[in-house]
Design a protein around this ligand. Structure first.
Ligand code: GDP
Ligand code: MG
Length: 177
């Protein structure tokens, strides 16, 4: 509410990007509401969620934007990225094609996003190790070469979800302060 907003020290906008079906919406619902859904339910219109987090004694309101299925049509527009200080670029470790799209997402990020944007490459669905198509080492090397942070997560098992959002928000905080 408004009173609480005034008590926040900072408002950070961050975006979720990556191919359709990689788990972006579930990562966000896990982080914001601790919820997971088995069915993929594309939302209508741009959606975002808020969560307040304490970082280094400051209260930060994190506003995380989720695509509403526009990524299917490569129809994410510049307004989605406007003002974003961070991005989670998500692929599915069991779907190689979603990893191969990462380069294209980076081009878009660099076109529409700010110079200083904190980008974390996220290999989601790490609970499905037996169907893995992208080795962790390969993605880690790629991330290093591109100057990105990297983490594997599972929205289903709630592995590293809190950590990946916290890392992004803390890094944004440290860069802007
Ligand atoms: P989005 O299109 O990127 O927003 O992806 P969704 O969040 O809608 O997820 C797509 C599908 O993958 C859904 O059926 C989810 O239940 C499933 N999913 C998402 N995250 C995970 C995960 O960490 N592990 C597993 N096994 N399935 C997941
Ligand atoms: Mg979605």
């Amino acid at each position: 509410d408004a009173i609480f907003d005034e008590e926040c020290d900072y408002l950070f906008k961050a975006v979720l990007i990556g191919d359709s079906g990689v788990g972006k919406s579930n990562l966000l619902s896990r982080f914001a509401k601790d919820e997971f859904r088995l069915d993929s339910k594309p939302t209508i219109g741009v959606e975002f969620a808020y969560r307040n987090i304490k970082v280094r004694d400051k209260l930060i309101k994190a506003q995380i934007w989720d695509t509403a299925g526009q990524e299917r049509f490569r129809a994410i527009t510049s307004s989605y990225y406007r003002g974003a200080l961070g991005a989670l670029l998500v692929y599915d470790i069991t779907r190689r094609s979603s990893y191969e799209s990462v380069g294209r997402w980076l081009v878009e990020l660099r076109e529409f996003g700010g110079e200083e944007m904190v980008v974390i490459l996220v290999g989601n669905k790490c609970d499905l190790g037996e169907s893995r198509e992208v080795e962790e080492e390969e993605a880690k090397r790629f991330a290093e070469a591109e100057g990105l942070c990297f983490m594997e997560t599972s929205a289903l098992k709630n592995l590293n979800v809190e950590q990946v959002f916290l890392q992004m928000i803390t890094t944004i905080f440290d860069i802007t302060n």
